[in-house]
Design a protein around this ligand. Structure first.
Ligand code: ADP
Ligand code: MG
Length: 238
């Protein structure tokens, strides 16, 4: 579970073609980073995969199923939003359980999944607090917990650390990498930060103006960048 295939995916907003045609294969369990300068289409590509935007043309296949026109709820993906998307008036427990409540799961099953996620994220002692009573890192973990309880085929992160301070960003980077090792679930992580891309990714997808410039491991991109743009962007000597 967790393979994602994009075939000639195109996206236009009105007259403006933002994604002119992307082919990409993501394997089950991979940690894939979409990296590129601001405005290159990273968020749009992620939102197309999540079903939050409709493709203009092309196909999206998840776990062998064509989901091109399926709504987000049918894609078994969990988008992790920044921690400010938490509900301030609800406890950590209720914040994490929220998608399960919406899906109509029993109270027992909600609690079982909340406890499981809290254990993984070291939040067990904080379930009765409100988000305002937590540190920035803990709040970010609650946002991740809300994704874990849905037991998705893949996690989608859109610059989840961009409003954290530098020290916390480094901590969270390590925590997300460790989470990936624990869960072994596909993760797509969007960032404009080369260091995040190089340290976290199994596979980096370098985007420029809606096109894929290169796909490869951090080492491959460093050693054999396809062009000057990739070399410049990831800071390789070529
Ligand atoms: P990134 O996440 O890499 O910074 P985005 O995917 O947000 O880039 O945006 C890519 C391009 O698409 C930008 O030029 C942006 O202005 C445009 N865009 C994104 N969403 C919309 C929208 N809903 N309507 C019109 N243009 C959009
Ligand atoms: Mg973006």
């Amino acid at each position: 579970m967790g393979s994602i295939t994009l075939e000639q995916v195109c996206k236009s907003f009105g007259e403006v073609e933002v994604i002119p045609g992307v082919d990409l294969q993501i394997e089950d369990g991979e940690f894939v980073v979409f990296v590129g300068p601001s405005g290159c289409g990273k968020s749009t590509l992620l939102r197309l995969i999540a079903g939050l935007e409709d493709v203009t043309s092309g196909r999206i296949v998840i776990d062998g199923q064509d989901v091109t026109v399926a709504p987000p709820s049918r894609r078994k993906l969990a988008m992790v939003f920044q921690s400010y998307a938490l509900y301030p008036h609800m406890s950590v427990r209720k914040n994490i359980a929220f998608p399960l409540k919406m899906a109509g799961l029993s109270a027992d099953e909600q609690e079982r999944r909340v406890q499981h996620a809290a254990g993984i994220l070291n939040l067990t002692d904080y379930l009765d607090r409100r988000p305002g009573q937590l540190s920035g890192g803990q709040r970010q973990r609650v946002a991740i917990g809300r994704a874990i309880v849905r037991e998705p085929s893949a996690f989608l992160f859109d610059e989840p650390l961009s409003n954290l301070d530098a020290a916390l960003r480094v901590n969270m980077r390590v925590e997300i990498s460790e989470l990936h090792k624990k869960l072994a679930t596909t993760m797509i992580y969007v960032t404009h930060d080369q260091v995040e891309a190089m340290t976290m990714a199994d596979k980096i997808v370098v985007l420029r103006a809606g096109r894929i410039e290169q796909v490869g491991s951090p080492l491959e991109l460093y050693r054999r960048p396809a062009n000057r743009f990739v070399a410049g962007f990831i800071g390789s000597p070529n």
